[in-house]
Structure formats: C-alpha cells, structure tokens
Design a protein around this ligand. Structure first.
Ligand code: S3P
Length: 187
C-alpha cells in the first residue's frame, strides 16, 4: 500500500473487467459519504443505449471518446467523487494524460487486480461486455483477458497510486485499505 502524499480529492478505480471496481466503488462512496459514479452506467444513461449496443452500432472508438468526455467532466467536479471506470478507459491517451495531470489536484487512482480465473468467474454471466462476448468458449475468453492484461497493465501501473489484489480479500477489507490511505493523506 502506498500513502497518497496530499489530501485526496476524487478517487478513481481502474482495472480489468471483473476486478470489482463497481462493487468496491459503491461501498467506498457510502463509507466516505460521497457520490459514486460508474462511467459505464453514466455513458449508458447519456446515450440511452447499453454498452453492447454502443459497441455494435457506434463502434469501440465512439465508446472510448465517450469515456474520455465523461472522465474529463467528472474530474472537473468540485465535490469529491468516487468513480469506477470501464476496464478499457486507459486505451485512450487522453484519459491516461488526464489521470496524470489530476494527481496535483489530489486525485487518488486505485488499481484493482484479479487473477484470470477470478475475472472469468466474475464475468461469466455478463451480457454487457462486448470484448468478451465476441469470444466463444472459456478458452477464448481467457485469451482475450490475457491479451488485455499484457496490453493494459503498463498503463494501469503508470496511473496507479495503489494496487490491490481482490482475489481473496473481502470488499470491506479492500474498502478499509483505500480508506486508510485516504485518512493518512489528510493528516
Ligand atoms: C471494457 C470494460 C467494460 C466496459 C466495456 C469495455 C474494456 O467495463 O467499459 O465493455 O474494454 O475492458 P468493466 O471493466 O466495468 O467491465
């Protein structure tokens, strides 16, 4: 665990699909008495389409643009938020730059991690993850996740202030770990 060197303003959760970003974000926001925003849900609300339809009808590039617009908008909010992001948000260079720039304003970026087996298990029943839906069978979905890990882990690593492996940790313990960093940063 790394202590954030300055008072924490927004908290952004990053990491691959099935690492627990939305679940952890919701509980963390409640504990901190802050608003919680899930960028996937916010984009679905704004576009009035679910992610699967956005990918199918507008394409991935359009979705990535919506992610960068949404992240820019959220990080410019004055009141501190807990934000969970889609696993591919750092595909956009704009988002990578934005997270780096906002560090000076007290942004805390938390990278949630999980093993491929855990991610497969947690995403098994999901209908709304087009990158996994394209792959038929467990082996193919495993390959997709492995190749996303190889591609994205360097971006997650560069952006993260702290990394938490969520395989065996309870939600409450993960939340307490993040809260402890936030509390240390405030002193
Ligand atoms: C994506 C992850 C999804 C969602 C979209 C694309 C990705 O979010 O944004 O399906 O590229 O990894 P979750 O990480 O919340 O599943």
């Amino acid at each position: 665990m790394i202590s954030a060197p300055r008072p924490v303003h927004h908290v952004v959760l990053i990491g691959l699909m099935g690492t627990g970003k939305s679940t952890v974000g919701r509980v963390l926001a409640k504990e901190l008495d802050r608003d919680f925003v899930d960028t996937d849900a916010a984009i679905e609300r704004d576009t009035q389409k679910d992610i699967a339809h956005i990918f199918a009808e507008e394409g991935e590039e359009f979705f990535r643009l919506q992610e960068s617009i949404k992240l820019t908008e959220l990080l410019s909010e004055d009141h501190p938020l807990v934000i969970s992001t889609g696993g591919g948000i750092l595909e956009s260079e704009k988002c990578r730059t934005l997270l780096a720039e906002k560090k000076s304003e007290g942004l805390l970026v938390v990278w949630l991690q999980a093993s491929v087996d855990t991610m497969l298990e947690r995403t098994a029943r999901s209908q709304n993850r087009p990158l996994l839906a394209q792959a038929s069978g467990k082996g193919a979905r495993e390959d997709v996740l492995k190749s996303l890990m190889t591609r994205r882990n360097p971006w997650y690593k560069a952006a993260a202030d702290m990394e938490i492996s969520t395989d065996t940790m309870s939600i409450q313990r993960i939340v307490r770990t993040v809260m402890s960093t936030i509390n240390h940063s405030a002193s």
